[in-house]
Design a binder for this molecule. Structure first.
Ligand SMILES: O=P(O)(O)OC[C@@]1(O)O[C@H](CO)[C@@H](O)[C@@H]1O
Length: 302
């Protein structure tokens, strides 16, 4: 099982507007969705669609927390969250013709000692892999993620921002920075694919067995102990990019969990991400035909 931990989940509110946002004018729309979100939760949503065994965990609280777990139950996403007193946040995406605005709240305060309750939940399910993904809520620091990684025999994967990535101290099976996070974590240039591979190699040497970097329209690279592979992006009609990195990670983790090669895993990740960018917000599009997208994708060993 791949158990995902989202320490700072969100309800994703996505609004599509027919025209640009203007100051001091009321914008109106009938295109609005609410999705259970946060990076680990999204990965679990995509893993279910890829028929991989998963469970979503983390903290929830308040009426948005209740909405989130109810929505996951209704959508058949296995979940077991720790309840906290403060309320789960609402994150907003506004899509206008040609522009994407994203506003993320800080989230509820969580006491440092509360990480033990999440660790207890993880232990109950004996997962092979644990993914910790997304921002930390106020009250927690990198030590909480290291505590999860050190608490059991599972492989731990992380998808966190650059400064947090560089302050982790435990051993990790994989991390998935985007281009900016890779630059922030290493202080190295990441303009070209070759520079991203070099930066990913130096990040590998700091305690991450594999580094998968999502590079937007340049696709993605994976640097593992013995090689580096690059898969270019597939053509897609992009509604928005929210959740693209989570989709890439879900594709990679599902295939690696099935014992497939790094190339196969990265090609699947890129194919899944190209599906997810075609729908607004963090809803799950149909994944039929994703295998033939994988066959269409190229791969270079770099
Ligand atoms: O504020 P964080 O935790 O960094 O990111 C949260 C978030 O933007 O990430 C997901 C998309 O990747 C969304 O579901 C969610 O709103």
């Amino acid at each position: 099982m791949i158990l995902t931990v989202t320490l700072n989940p969100a309800v994703d509110h996505t609004l599509e507007l027919g025209e640009a946002l203007e100051p001091a004018a009321v914008a109106r729309t009938d295109a609005a969705t609410f999705d259970p979100g946060g990076k680990g939760i999204n990965v679990s949503k995509y893993l279910v669609e890829l028929e991989a065994e998963t469970l979503a965990s983390g903290y929830v609280g308040g009426f948005l927390g209740r909405f989130l777990t109810t929505a996951l139950d209704e959508r058949g996403i296995p979940n077991d969250f720790v309840e906290i007193d403060d309320g789960t946040r609402l994150n907003t995406t506004i899509l206008t013709p040609g522009a994407e605005y994203k506003i993320n709240q800080d989230g509820p305060t969580v006491e440092a000692g509360a990480i033990e309750a999440v660790v207890e939940t993880i232990r109950r399910y004996e997962p092979e892999t644990v993914l910790v993904a997304g921002s930390l809520p106020p009250g927690l620091d990198a030590g909480a993620i290291d505590a999860v990684a050190r608490a059991g025999p599972w492989k731990t994967v992380v998808d966190v921002d650059g400064p947090l990535l560089s302050s982790l101290e435990a051993a990790y099976a994989l991390c998935k920075p985007n281009r900016e996070e890779l630059a922030a974590a290493t202080g190295e240039p990441t303009t070209t694919v070759e520079e991203c591979v070099a930066a990913a190699r130096s990040l590998r040497n700091r305690g991450f067995d594999r580094v998968v970097a999502s590079l937007g329209s340049d696709g993605a690279v994976m640097v593992s102990p013995d090689r580096a592979v690059h898969v270019p992006a597939l053509d897609a009609d992009v509604a928005d990019t929210v959740g693209a990195g989570d989709a890439l990670l879900a594709g990679v983790l599902s295939e690696r969990h099935r014992g497939r090669s790094d190339e196969a895993a990265l090609r699947t990740g890129v194919a899944v991400a190209s599906r997810v960018v075609s729908v607004p917000g963090t809803g799950v599009p149909p994944f039929e035909g994703v295998r033939s997208d994988v066959d269409r994708s190229g791969v270079d060993v770099v």
